[in-house]
Design a binder for this molecule. Structure first.
Ligand SMILES: [Zn+2]
Ligand SMILES: [Zn+2]
Length: 360
């Protein structure tokens, strides 16, 4: 028989878990493994709320094992390191993003793209290699192999920096990979939410000229005044879309609701790339001619490898990039999720775990 949550490992832990498809979170006692030779254990200070946490909480992707303890935008302070840990010592500030393990030997792992390893272990919602469930950052402490632990740059704030571990790398990686990181590049960003607002900041830091596409006219001021985007287009406005035809080198599409992409392809220059980051329920429709004329590409991208995530954190620290956040106590998480689902947050909730999660 499977051991209980509290006794499968020797180290006591506390957290917030969803127990059924209501996706409502409540306090839970569980356990974490002893510190292995390459393990880093850290006290969680802050953890961002990503939309994936909600999908997992409600089992919207059909893969949830309950109870689920989400959270993959985690910042904390090291409390213990294994005997063979080289990069970290007790007292260091660290981060953990969406991955906590991978095979370390496949082509993806060897080329620093652990995010594509077929045997990757995500931070929560899946099984660790030892067969126990992985639990994320809505908890008092975390443990991970040092390869999956990021060094937190001194200049980067802990609370507003936390979301970069998912939203930051998810937008930074495609901008770099698809060559949209050069000064003067014309970059479109579709959707102005948790991912989109960080995409605008990253692209601006690379020196790009940024156009925000949104269905909400009210977001114009936020985009232009708040985030320093250069242009704003209401994607439902045919005149505005027509005027932007053939002007962009690339587009980062962060929208996860169903939406048409044909018009977006039209705004690309020849050789332009449309990079999909959101996963709508309905498949996208792409007319062949919209790609053929102009040799255009529709591509996808998911987070980034550990090496690139470290590079992204250092870049963000250097350029003063953080997410716009609302910091909340952990017992506000259910309300926060209701608000997030109504887009009533600018733009990311971050849980102040250390000051609000108390052992029962
Ligand atoms: Zn995420
Ligand atoms: Zn691998």
């Amino acid at each position: 028989m499977a051991k209980s949550l509290e006794s499968e490992h020797p180290i006591k832990a506390y957290g917030y878990a969803a127990h059924d498809t209501s996706g409502k979170f409540s306090p839970v006692t569980f356990s974490r493994r002893v510190t292995g030779e390459k393990d880093v254990r850290f006290k969680v200070l802050y953890c961002g709320i990503c939309h994936s946490d909600i999908h997992f909480g409600k089992n919207e992707w059909g893969v949830t094992t309950y109870p689920v303890i989400p959270g993959h935008e985690i910042v904390g302070i090291v409390t213990e390191v294994g005997s063979k840990v080289e990069k970290f010592k007790v007292g260091d500030t660290v981060g953990v993003g969406c991955l906590v393990d991978s095979c370390r030997s496949c082509e993806s792992c060897i080329s620093d793209c652990e995010q594509f390893c077929a045997k990757q272990v995500q931070t929560y919602g899946v099984q660790n290699y030892d067969g126990t469930q992985a639990y994320g950052g809505y908890s008092d402490h975390m443990i991970s192999d040092e390869h999956f632990v990021l060094r937190w740059p001194e200049k980067l704030p802990l609370d507003s920096g936390a979301p970069l571990l998912c939203a930051g790398i998810t937008t930074y990686s495609p901008l770099r990979y698809f060559g949209l990181d050069k000064p003067g590049t014309k970059v479109g960003v579709v959707g102005l939410g948790g991912l989109g607002h960080v995409a605008v900041k990253m692209a601006k830091a690379f020196g790009a000229e940024v156009t925000v596409f949104s269905t909400t006219a009210a977001k114009k001021e936020e985009a232009i005044e708040g985030l320093k985007a250069d242009h704003f287009i209401i994607s439902k406005d045919e005149e505005q879309m027509k005027a932007a035809m053939g002007t962009l080198d690339g587009i980062i599409d962060t929208v996860s609701g169903n939406h048409p992409i044909l018009g977006l392809l039209g705004t690309l220059k020849p050789n332009g790339k449309l990079v999909i980051l959101g996963a709508p329920e309905k498949p996208h429709e792409v007319a062949a001619f919209s790609l053929i004329f102009g040799r255009k590409t529709v591509a996808g991208s998911a987070i980034g490898g550990l090496k690139e995530t470290q590079e992204m954190l250092d870049f963000a620290a250097e350029h003063g990039i953080t997410a716009d956040v609302e910091v909340i106590p952990i017992d506000y998480v259910n309300t926060a999720i209701e608000r997030l689902l109504k887009s009533d947050v600018r733009y990311r909730f971050v849980i102040d775990v250390a000051n609000s999660l108390k052992a029962e």
